[in-house]
Design a protein around this ligand. Structure first.
Ligand code: IPT
Length: 271
C-alpha cells in the first residue's frame, strides 16, 4: 500500500512528530507514506492537498488538518470510496477519526492549577481557526466555571514560540498579574518562559506555566516544563494500524474511531 498524509505546517513540532511516528509505523508494516503539506488553514488548501494525494493513487489518506464538522464532511465526500482517517476534528464529527480528548486535556491542566491554589489564571490559546485550539479553550473555560472562576486575561497565539513570547508580554502587562498561565501548546510555552524571565519573575515561585503536547524538547526547557502529554508515537502507531485495518476489511466500520486520553506530566514550571 501507499498511504497519503495531508498535514498542516510541518515546521510545528506536533505535526512533524506525528508524521514521523506515522512513517515509522508504516515502514514497520512495509508501507510507504507520501506527504502533502498545506500552508494555510482553509478548506481549499486541504482539498488541494487531498487531490494531490489522490492523483498519486494512494490507497488511503490520513488528514492532520484542523477542520470544522462541515469541512470534514466535505473532505470525506471528496475522498469518496477512499478510506480517510481524520486527526484534527471535533470528537462529535461524523467521520472516521483518532483524536486526543481535548476536554480531558483541558480539564487536567486547569485541575492541576486549581489544586495548587491558583485563582488568578491567564490563558493563551492557539489560533482560533483551529478546532483543537477552540476545544481546549472551551474546556478550560468550562472547568474554571465549575469553580466560578473566569480567566484574569486572555490572549491568542498561532502555536509558535514567537507568538507565545509576544502574547505573554501583553498578559504580563495587564493590571492584574496572573499567578499562573495556561498555554495551549509547548512551543508557545517556550516563548512565555522567556517573556516571564525578561519581566524578572521567577518560575514557578512567582508565576506558574503549564503547556500542552509534551513534545520531545519540553523536558529540556528551563525550568523543565509541566505539561499535558499527547502521546504522538501512540497516535502515529494507532492511526496507521486502523487505516490499514480498514483497507483489509474494505468496508465501513463506524466503530473504528478512537478517543485517546491525555495525561498530566508534572515537571518544574508549576507550584
Ligand atoms: C496540535 C498541537 O497540540 C499544537 O501544538 C499544534 O502543533 C497543532 O497541532 C497544529 O495543528 S495536535 C493536533 C493533532 C490536534
Amino acid at each position: 500500500y501507499t498511504l497519503g498524509l495531508a498535514t498542516t505546517e510541518l515546521a510545528l513540532h506536533a505535526p512533524s512528530q506525528i508524521a514521523s511516528a506515522m512513517k515509522t509505523r508504516a515502514n514497520q508494516l512495509g508501507f510507504n507514506v507520501v506527504i502533502s503539506m498545506i500552508d494555510n488553514l482553509s478548506l481549499a488548501a486541504c482539498r488541494t492537498a487531498v487531490n494531490e494525494l489522490m492523483s498519486q493513487r494512494v490507497d488511503g489518506v490520513l488528514i492532520n488538518v484542523p477542520l470544522s464538522n462541515e469541512d470534514a464532511g466535505a473532505i470525506a465526500q471528496l475522498c469518496g470510496n477512499l478510506p480517510a482517517l481524520f486527526l484534527d476534528v471535533d470528537p462529535q464529527a461524523d467521520v472516521f477519526k483518532i483524536l486526543f480528548d481535548p476536554h480531558c486535556g483541558a480539564q487536567q491542566g486547569v485541575e492541576h492549577l486549581l489544586a495548587l491554589g491558583h485563582q488568578q489564571i491567564a490563558v493563551l490559546t492557539g489560533p482560533l481557526e483551529s478546532i483543537s485550539a477552540r476545544l481546549r479553550y472551551e474546556g478550560w473555560l468550562n472547568t474554571l466555571a465549575t469553580r466560578d472562576i473566569t480567566p484574569c486575561a486572555v490572549q491568542h497565539g498561532d502555536w509558535s514560540a514567537a507568538s507565545g513570547y509576544q502574547q505573554a508580554l501583553l498578559l504580563l502587562s495587564e493590571a492584574v498579574r496572573p499567578t499562573a498561565i495556561l498555554v495551549a501548546n509547548d512551543q508557545m510555552a517556550l516563548g512565555v518562559l522567556r517573556a516571564v524571565h525578561e519581566f524578572g519573575l521567577r518560575v514557578p515561585e512567582q508565576i506558574s506555566v503549564i503547556g500542552y503536547d509534551d513534545t520531545e524538547d519540553s523536558a529540556f526547557f528551563f525550568p523543565p516544563l509541566t505539561t499535558i502529554k499527547q502521546d504522538f508515537r501512540q497516535l502515529g502507531h494507532e492511526s496507521i494500524n486502523r487505516l490499514v485495518d480498514h483497507l483489509h476489511h474494505h468496508g465501513d466500520h463506524p466503530g473504528d474511531s478512537l478517543l485517546l486520553p491525555t495525561s498530566l506530566v508534572e515537571r518544574h514550571t508549576t507550584a
